[in-house]
Ligand binder design. Structure first.
Ligand code: TMP
Length: 243
């Protein structure tokens, strides 16, 4: 069944969302735009949209096979992914396997310190407030999710971690941390939404410890396009080129 792109719903920092003529679905269009520090730093990463769309499609398909419920339906084109329309829970769920990024200064931790078991954190999705750290009490108090939904989100997030740590390990990468977003579909079912790409996770090369993700852009480390392409190339060989 073909699906046609309708009017634009919203343009985000890295994606544009469009209506479609298939009920209950939307299109995520992946751009090459890159931002960091709540869009204080802006740039472009050549072909990022194409690479991220493919990477996200592979990851979501794999997660679905592993029992994680996601919004993914199909890859429509180089930059377009068809997904179920969700009402997004305004909480960013972060899983950390090692300390890096914002937690270093916040808690005075050494970079690379392992978290075993992995650590889960929540941030309130708000550009105006720069996504502040919150606890489960805030999620319950402000009714962003029920206790039951939150328990499901937590379990799904750890499942994503187990599943994708294995994939990354197979291709010589260590999954250091990542951010997930969840939402409710038409039937009020909680599904994993958004994307899983090097924009929203940290991947270190297992041999060299070099970052292979958006930290190269955030920290001006150079070789940004090469890192995204290399992650794509390794996953392409793992997933057998199937998107
Ligand atoms: P943090 O260490 O900056 O809190 O980031 C944790 C993870 O979340 C990391 O993998 C990058 C990802 N992330 C996003 O996807 N979007 C964001 O806006 C931020 C700040 C982090």
């Amino acid at each position: 069944m073909t699906v046609n792109r309708g009017s634009q719903i919203r343009e985000g920092k890295a994606k544009i969302l469009y209506q479609t003529d298939r009920p209950g679905t939307i299109i995520q269009y992946f751009k090459d735009d890159a931002t960091a520090f709540n869009a204080l730093k802006k740039g472009q990463i050549k072909d990022k949209g194409i690479l991220n769309n493919a990477i996200s499609c592979w990851m979501f398909k794999h997660l679905e096979k592993s029992g994680v419920k996601t919004h993914f339906l199909e890859r429509l084109s180089d930059r377009e992914m068809l997904v179920k329309k969700l009402e997004i829970i305004p909480v960013e769920v972060v899983i950390r396997n090692r300390a890096t990024g914002s937690i270093l200064k916040r808690l005075g931790l050494a970079k690379g310190r392992p978290f075993q078991p992995p650590l889960i954190e929540y941030f309130y999705k708000s550009d105006e407030l720069s996504d502040p750290l919150i606890g489960e009490t805030h999620i319950a108090y402000f009714k962003w999710a029920t206790d039951e939904q939150l328990a499901f989100v937590r379990a799904q997030a750890f499942k994503v971690n187990d599943c994708l740590c294995r994939v990354c390990d197979e291709v010589g990468l260590e999954l250091i941390d990542f951010k997930l977003e969840f939402g409710l579909d038409e039937k009020d079912e909680v599904l994993l939404g958004d994307e899983f790409t090097p924009d929203g996770c940290r991947l270190w090369d297992k041999k060299t410890g070099e970052p292979m993700d958006k930290d190269r852009f955030r920290q001006d480390l150079g070789g940004v396009e090469e890192a995204y392409r290399e992650v794509y190339r390794r996953l392409e060989s793992f997933f057998g080129q199937k998107t």
